[in-house]
Write a protein that binds this ligand. Sequence first.
Ligand SMILES: [Zn+2]
Length: 202
Amino acid sequence: MLPSRLSRVIELFARLPGVGEKTAQRFALFLVGGGSETAAELGQGLVELGTTVRPCERCRNVAEVDETGRALCTVCRDSRRDPSVLCIVARIQDLLAIEKSSAVRGRYFVLGRLLSPLDGIGPEELPLRELMQRIREDGVEEVILATPPSVDGEATALLLAQELGGKNLRLTRIASGVPHGGDLEFADQVTLGRAIDGRRPM
Ligand SMILES: [Zn+2]
């Protein structure tokens, strides 16, 4: 009933997180009816995104690719950061939320996923080798485990504590205050700042 190219765009929008069939349809119909300028900009923006933005090669945050083809994020490029402190987070959204609270003056490592035995995600699915390399190369002394206070987040923090134990590192876990099961992304800056400041040895 709809032109096939339009159906295709609706199908693509519907793949995005949090976008259902109806919203996807609304987006697509907006773009073909009066939103054509936005459609062109969106198309160009997405094409450029694919070639200019990549995961940071050091911490897996988002990074812009530079003239030499390297992708280093703004945190990793910032020489005022304390390289001896490494804050481990599950997702880029968590990194951005913590950055807003200004509670971490060190650098980050983004796991990308959490341990989840129920979903079949075991330790081998986590980027532990890259993490160890980061710790070694940066001369990290303190590791802040800032995975969310959910079942999977706690299980991941425990695994990391085991993996990193006995390596002469100060391991700390963010304090509660962030609601249990809650996303760090949705905690307010003050709460998140307190959770980091009140971190405890693990
Ligand atoms: Zn980085």
